[in-house]
Design a protein around this ligand. Sequence first.
Ligand code: GDP
Length: 194
Amino acid sequence: LFAGETEFLKGVVAMSGLPGADRMEVCFAGRSNVGKSSLINALTGTKGIARASNTPGRTQEINFFTQGPELYLVDLPGYGYANAPLAVVEKWQKLLKQYLSGRQNLRRAFVLIDSRHGVKKVDEDIMKLLDSSAVTFQCVMTKADKVKEKDRAKVLEQVRGALAKHPAAYPEIVLTSSEKGDGIPTLRSIIASL
Ligand code: GDP
């Protein structure tokens, strides 16, 4: 699944712009700076491709990447942009809701959580949205190399507590470090198993 090339396909601003649901897809959400670009780059073995999502103008789009012929990787960069004007935020949230509740080939959402910080309010918000959209989601802890073993346990406990409140949450948490490569093969095989 991950042997093929990764390419940026398009940024979608309205439901009519979605590519055909002709292959399975997974999406990634996370607060800005959580390490989402780094994770997508590590997963795909490409450098810089996920950066596309962080460029101005692309932050309120749903960004589609093709991963070989059988998989779409979808970056949801919009969440956590609290500074955007209200109208922009509302438009984005509406699109996000429509996408999450209507996309039949979407197999799983990955909610990225910084290993140092745990689950924050905006993470809770996206989890609620995933619950109400009936999209199974799984937590991926990023930057695992930045925390000591004992601090990690504490954060994991907080994350488990948060997940317990969400019916759409998949209980297994994936620990990753894009820097060191930890957890990347695990995440690839999780996606392949979907
Ligand atoms: P995004 O805004 O969520 O796309 O975050 P980025 O992928 O751009 O990462 C934000 C910052 O965290 C950058 O300075 C990265 O180098 C750093 N970073 C991301 N992943 C890791 C990781 O696994 N380990 C460490 N130590 N730093 C990371």
